[in-house]
Design a protein around this ligand. Structure first.
Ligand SMILES: [Zn+2]
Length: 92
């Protein structure tokens, strides 16, 4: 396991060679969704330095603004009577 989230606020990086905790010393922009992390292993018997890639893979839940747009598009694609029936069900 190379990355692990201990809670919602902290992510740890582990050395791919000895599995000890590693420190991210710097990072470099690759694209809007990819960043390279320059890491140092903290194990005194290893001391490897390595680069990892952190990237956005996919959304579990899209941003609210995008989701609202998707729902609006889906509603508009429905025939008028079905759209009205659906909306009236939500207003109950
Ligand atoms: Zn190591």
């Amino acid at each position: 396991m190379l990355f692990i989230c201990r809670d919602d606020k902290e992510m740890r990086v582990y050395c791919p060679h000895c599995r000890a905790k590693a420190l991210v010393r710097s990072s470099q922009f690759q694209s809007d969704t990819v960043r390279e992390l320059y890491c140092d292993c903290t194990n005194s018997k290893c001391l490897s330095r390595f680069v990892m890639s952190l990237s956005h893979k996919h959304d579990v839940q899209p941003p609210l603004e995008k989701m609202n747009g998707m729902l609006e598009e889906m509603l508009r694609a429905l025939p008028h009577d079905q759209r009205q029936a659906l909306i009236s069900n939500f207003n109950r």
